[in-house]
Structures are given as C-alpha cells and as structure tokens.
Design a binder for this molecule. Structure first.
Ligand SMILES: [Cu+2]
Length: 152
C-alpha cells in the first residue's frame, strides 16, 4: 500500500515537472509593442572583430550603422536582411534600414580582409530573445528537480 502511494507521488511529481517544462517551452508570451525609434550604432571594424559585436534593437526601429574600418577594408552584411556596406580604412560608411524582421541574425565581414576573415562575425538582435529566456527557465527547472531528487 505504502509502496503504491510512493510510486503515485513520484509519478505525479514528474507529471507536474513535465507540465511546467511544457509551459516554459510553449507558453505564448505577448510581444510588448514599443514605439519604433531611430537607433544609430558606431561599429568599429578591425582584423578580425567588430566592436560592438552585438547590436540590439526593437522591431520596427529605424537602424543606422556607421561602420568605421580602422586597419584594412572591411564590410558588414547582415544575413537575412540583405543589407551591406563597405568601409575603407579610416572612412565611415553608413547603412540605414528598418528592422522589420524579428529574430537573431548574424552579420559578417563581406570583404576578404585576412586569414581569419571567416570568423569576423557579430550578432544583430531584433526583439526580445524568447529562446534564451525559455532556456534559462528550463535550466532552473532541471536544477530544482536535481536538488529535490538528491534530497529524497
Ligand atoms: Cu574584415
């Protein structure tokens, strides 16, 4: 009898955990709509990195990237956005567009600038990173389950 009850409480505990995990994964979070603004980023490009390498905007923002190559010719192209600019050494090149696609995009150097050129990449983030926060919550849940399990 007590064995059965123990099994049942274990099963219901795991069922509760699974339910919470599913909620974390699939709960629809409403996107908070924010008023689009103008955003200007000054990005320095040098062999073989961008500074800053992560640009975050909100959906609908009007984005201007001022690219300044400090050593040799560098480019900046955003995958999935079909925009590109090329900067000569010491010259600022401007690129303006509207962030109308949500998600995380990679930008990369579009001019072969040296042997590490393929690794010259950055991140263009439009909107909140839901995937990241769901991952954090799931990790928290797994830790919680592990701690409870080890106490038993
Ligand atoms: Cu480059």
């Amino acid at each position: 009898m007590s064995v059965f009850r123990n099994n049942w409480s274990t099963i219901s505990r795991w069922a509760a955990m699974a339910l919470v995990a599913l909620l974390i994964l699939f709960f629809p979070v409403p996107q908070t709509s924010v008023t689009p603004v103008e955003r200007t980023f000054r990005v320095q490009a040098s062999q073989f990195a961008y500074n800053p390498a992560v640009l975050s905007v909100n959906p609908g923002d009007r984005v201007t990237i001022e690219l300044l190559a400090t050593d040799v010719v560098h480019g900046l192209a955003i995958d999935g956005y079909d925009v590109e600019t090329i900067s000569d050494p010491g010259q600022t090149a401007r690129l303006s567009f509207t962030a109308d696609r949500q998600g995380t995009f990679r930008f990369r150097c579009s001019v072969t600038c040296g042997n590490m050129h393929p690794f010259m990449i950055g991140k263009f983030q439009v909107g909140r990173n839901d995937l990241f926060w769901r991952g954090v919550l799931l990790t928290g849940l797994a830790l919680f389950a592990a701690i409870r399990g080890s106490r038993k």
